[in-house]
Every structure is written in C-alpha cells, then in structure tokens.
Design a protein around this ligand. Structure first.
Ligand code: MG
Length: 252
C-alpha cells in the first residue's frame, strides 16, 4: 500500500530532511585523506542526535552504524571502520534520519582529495541520472518512468545499473511501498505518481558489470568485478505541480 502523506506528515518529513541536509553539510568538508569512515560515522550520529533526531540506520535490521559508508567497489551498506581513507578513493555516505516519527533518506558519493577522471565521470553520470529521475516525478507519470530516466542517462556510457536494490517510498517508515527500480525495463507494479507521495530515489551505478556480491560480513554489497560504484539519493515529495527535493547535499 502506498501512503499518501497529508500536510502534517509532509511537514514532519520535511523537518527530518532538514536535519539530514545539515548532516551532509557537516561531513562535506571532513571527508579528506586520512579520515576514516568511523570518524564520519561519529560526526553523523552526533549531528543527528544534537538536532533531536535518531540515526535511522543504526540497529536497523542489526546494522551497526549511523552511516552506510561504501568505499570504491563497495556499492551499498558498507560498515564504517577505522581505516583511513586515501586520496583517490570515492565513498558513498548513505544516511537516514528519524525525527518525531518521520524518516528521511539520502546518499552522496564523495571524492577523497583529487580523484581519477574515470571516477569523476562515474559520479557525474550517476548524479545526472538522479537529476533526470527527479525531473519526471510529476503527478500522472508512473514509477517506471523513473528507471527509464536513469537508464537513458547511464546507458550510453556502458555502465552497469544495479538491479538488485531499488529506491522506495519513505516517510512513515524507512522503507515503504512502492519499490522503485533504477533500470528499465523492469518487472512489477507501475503505479502512477500522485501528490503527497514521498519517495527515495537512489540510482547505484557501476563502472563495469551490474552484478553484485555480498561480503562475509552479511552487509557490504560490492561490484562483481571489483570496479568502482557510485550512489546518489534524495528524498522527494511529489507536489501538485512536480517534485520537491526535501533533502540537500549541494554543498561543496
Ligand atoms: Mg534509501
């Protein structure tokens, strides 16, 4: 069942998203060579709690941290550790906030110091695919228009769009209906987008194969060929006239 959020619920999700945007502003300048993903995790948790929220990923299904920090060939659900990031790494920071019963969810992939042109291009194309996906979030369009928009941007570059994980409804729960595939064609229902729906769109794009594996930790998803992966996500409200992007990581 797809929750249509009333005004009060929309406002709650907006406030949750505002905290998440503050978190991204905070970590934007700290992700540099020598910093560890555990350092990032500490700042994420502290910033969320100081603002009165709760890290939504911490203990979710047993996940042990506030940020999913996925480095290089890691696609999603990377567990923070004390290993220093090094120049040229890319790191996806996926973060959720729970505030007064309302969830928000966003991810940005950061370059650590100067990165290779290939890594920059992968990040740029993935980000562009998210922008294209957001642009079609107009009432009357359908869920599969989102994956179609992502695919149109990514396909000419011969990258792999991860098909094992999807975007999702968000707000009252961290993960709600509908599921939102990032690729097209895709199976499943294809409901229309309606005002009051809140969704998290999150294309994950691999430099090589779209296939993924899971590490023995039971969480970390990695590319099947060890090449890089990038991931960007926003929480979006379907407004009467079009999309309202509730989260922000435009800093830097
Ligand atoms: Mg998400």
């Amino acid at each position: 069942m797809i929750n249509i959020k009333n005004r009060e619920q929309q406002d709650g999700i907006r406030r949750s998203s505002d905290i998440l945007s503050q978190v991204f502003e905070k970590i934007d300048t700290m992700i540099t060579p020598g910093v560890s993903t555990m350092d990032v995790d500490r700042v994420v948790e502290e910033t969320i709690r100081k603002a009165g929220g709760v890290p939504a990923f911490l203990n979710y299904d047993g996940f042990p941290a506030s940020v999913c920090a996925s480095v290089n060939e890691q696609v999603i659900h990377g567990i923070p550790n004390e290993k220093p990031l090094k120049e040229g790494d890319i790191v996806g920071c996926d973060i959720g906030v729970l505030l007064d019963g309302y969830y928000s969810d966003a991810c940005k992939t950061f370059g650590v110091g100067p990165i290779s042109p290939a890594a920059q291009k992968l990040m740029d194309v993935t980000k562009k695919s998210l922008d294209a996906a957001i642009a079609v979030c107009v009432p009357g369009n359908r869920i599969k228009d989102i994956g179609k928009a992502v695919t149109k941007v990514v396909e000419p570059h011969d990258y792999g769009i991860v098909y094992s994980f999807c975007g999702h409804g968000v707000g009252i729960n961290l993960h709600e209906d509908p599921q939102i595939p990032n690729y097209y064609p895709s199976r499943g229902l294809n409901p229309r987008l309606k005002p009051g729906m809140v969704i998290a769109i999150e294309p994950m794009v691999n430099e090589g194969t779209a296939d993924v594996d899971m590490l023995d930790d039971g969480w970390t998803v990695v590319t099947g060929d060890g090449l890089l992966s990038a991931h960007f996500e926003h929480t979006i409200l379907i407004g009467d006239k079009g999309p309202q992007v509730l989260t922000s990581w435009r800093f830097g």
